[in-house]
Design a protein. Structure first.
Length: 280
């Protein structure tokens, strides 16, 4: 595996490659990331991964400075897996040599709801850095995890809007045996919080089963889910049932008619904010 730090060197390594598969990450790699790399290998060759903690997607009171940076350990894991051909690990100065005045603004009805409501500007930062990384790598395929469901939808939407020649492949959420979705932020959970954390997945399953059983009053189902989490000490941002196609709230007729849905949630346990979702 080659580790490159500059855009120029990256392009030199990839010149003439037409089937590049790309996995963008912020590092602190775990089993879920490695699973994305393996899927990328099934869809293209060579596989390129990136590690870059993107300041643009962090709000003023968020954890940019304490976000775990473990580059050497990440390199060791990727070399052991032996799937990635090039790891692009640019510095902030390389990615943003001057203030990033041109930014990608997702449409309000997709980018300013759910995560976008509670983290203003988050998806502007995500979309901008993903477009910039796509420009650097020029992949034929890029793999994103479903855990960040809204992000996946926004990236797909951006590729359509800009006619980018990149297919976006979705990878199922990778979970620990107790159901907790793998995340770099899980390391910030205390021992007691880690035992409590799988409740989020259980609550999402309860929502899914109630809707599968025929309930159509989604606001009531959402309210019960939020109340259960709050009673267990969580600070809940949202538990929300949405249509898979556009993340709009479904009406009762759409729920009864079998509209493909997804229930999404975000909540803090102590100081650690966790997100998860389940398709219905």
């Amino acid at each position: 595996m080659k580790v490159v730090r500059s855009i120029e060197e990256l392009r030199d390594q990839l010149r003439g490659q037409l089937r590049v598969a790309f996995v963008p990450t912020m590092g602190n790699l775990h089993a879920a990331h490695l699973s994305l790399m393996a899927m990328a290998h099934q869809h293209g060759d060579p596989v390129v991964a990136s590690i870059f903690v993107n300041r643009l997607q962090f709000g003023p009171n968020e954890d940019f400075d304490k976000y775990p940076r473990t580059l050497q350990q990440d390199i060791d894991k990727l070399q052991q897996q032996n799937t990635v051909y090039v790891l692009f690990a640019p510095t902030e100065a390389e990615m943003y040599p001057e203030p990033q005045k041109y930014r990608v603004n997702p449409p309000h009805d997709l980018g300013d709801i759910l995560e976008g409501h509670f983290r203003p500007g988050f998806f502007v930062g995500v979309s901008t850095v993903v477009l910039k990384l796509f420009s650097c790598v020029q992949p034929r395929v890029a793999v994103f995890g479903k855990k960040d469901y809204q992000q996946l939808m926004i990236v797909r939407h951006m590729c359509r809007q800009f006619a980018l020649p990149t297919d976006i492949v979705a990878h199922e959420t990778v979970r620990d045996p107790d159901g907790l979705a793998m995340s770099s932020r899980n390391r910030f959970l205390s021992e007691a919080e880690r035992k409590e954390a799988p409740r989020l997945y259980r609550v999402l399953n309860e929502v899914r089963e109630r809707l599968r059983a025929g309930e159509i009053d989604t606001p009531a189902v959402e309210h019960d889910a939020q109340r259960e989490l709050a009673a267990a000490g969580w600070q809940v941002d949202y538990v929300s049932v949405r249509r898979q196609i556009d993340l709009k709230a479904p009406d009762a007729g759409q729920v009864a008619g079998g509209e493909p849905l997804v229930v999404l949630a975000a909540a803090k346990l102590g100081t650690t904010r966790l997100i998860d979702n389940l398709e219905i």
